[in-house]
Design a protein around this ligand. Sequence first.
Ligand SMILES: [Ca+2]
Length: 441
Amino acid sequence: MRNSVITDPFVPDMTKRIPHTSICHNLLIFPIFFFIHRRFIETALALLLIWSPSISAFALAKPPPKADISLFPLVTKGLEQPVFVTHSGDQGQRLFIVEQAGRIRILEKGRLLPTPFLDITDRINFGGEQGLLGLAFHPKFSNNGRFFVNYSRAADGATVISEFQVSDTINLAKPAEKILLTISQPYGNHNGGMIAFGPDGFLYMATGDGGAGEDPGNRGQNQTELLGKILRIDIDHGAPYFIPQDNPFATQQHGQEIFAFGFRNPWRFSFDQMTGELWAADVGHYRWEEIDRVEKGKNYGWRIMEGMHCFKPSTDCPQVGLTLPIAEYAHESGRCSITGGYVYRGQQIPHLQGTYIFGDYCSGEVMGLVNNRVTVFLSTGLRIASFGEDATGELYVVDHGGGVYRITGPPAAKLGQAQSSHRKSELPNTTHGSEERDLFK
Ligand SMILES: [Ca+2]
């Protein structure tokens, strides 16, 4: 019963026909649906930008990047479509980088190790929004060697949550897996992908609404199925897992794993290291990208609403019982797909302390939520597939094109006091003119 399998018929993955991959946005999945898309021209433009790496998304006459933060390249060669970076919590200096095709690579002392920590490419359906999408180390990994992944199954694209174990060689995992949970996927897109342990020790997982466009099965609102949700299970008890007693639908026959619902494609979420709060970024349809503070049992609105706006129905939608995002931004200036990040709790960039950092896959901007206002911190030109956090709270940017960067303070800080103080006038929580691009509505 726990090992929930949803039996919707599988439809072949249309995303595989797309020559360039995007893990987190419908734009690359939907050339087929363009005939119903009233924003065809904008979308085509965004696609053109994505498909042409030589064309900067910032050819669109953008103001120069601000210098509140900068990126330090850790690795820019030898990675194939990385989608995540994390640490193992065992006091080591290693970073673990997830390659979408099905490998976990180790970056140790600035060097990308040639042998993957794990290679399960033969078990994975890779392409479009499918692949190896998430990785979470057990909070007691240093003692028990357990870690967990989220991938699209080779045979049919179903989502698999699976457990692995490190081998006697610390930089190598055993290939054997224990499958915890399998969720059938009706379409190739909107697979969610994030998995992470909460401060309660439970494993949280994000699922998308199953794909196609406009959630045709209304799965986000269906409280008896696992798509369009954030799920929560106890992997320290039970076989293969237990349902936490206070899960909102724990007494139902189906949907016991649900923690919160009403999501479209919450590709990345995270827990604030200090407060334990759960932050999710739900990738929008064609108009609005949103940030949610996720709490147990709440309904985050999709497909009734996209962001703070009625979606289906498009006017006078019933909003009672829905939890609206705490921030949103529109598809403009090349923005089209939010990539959720982390509340900064590191020590190296004091002015970022407590700020939720996130980005946009299409525009390449690193943004922050300052007083609940979306503020652009840095224009990178990267395809920001994910952020990552290390054990000390420092943050990383993952470029889907093949790089991992550490977020650092303003470069002016290294160049002398005069420039440094000049830069301070551009701190994100100061008031700026119209060029500030405050995106919060
Ligand atoms: Ca929502």
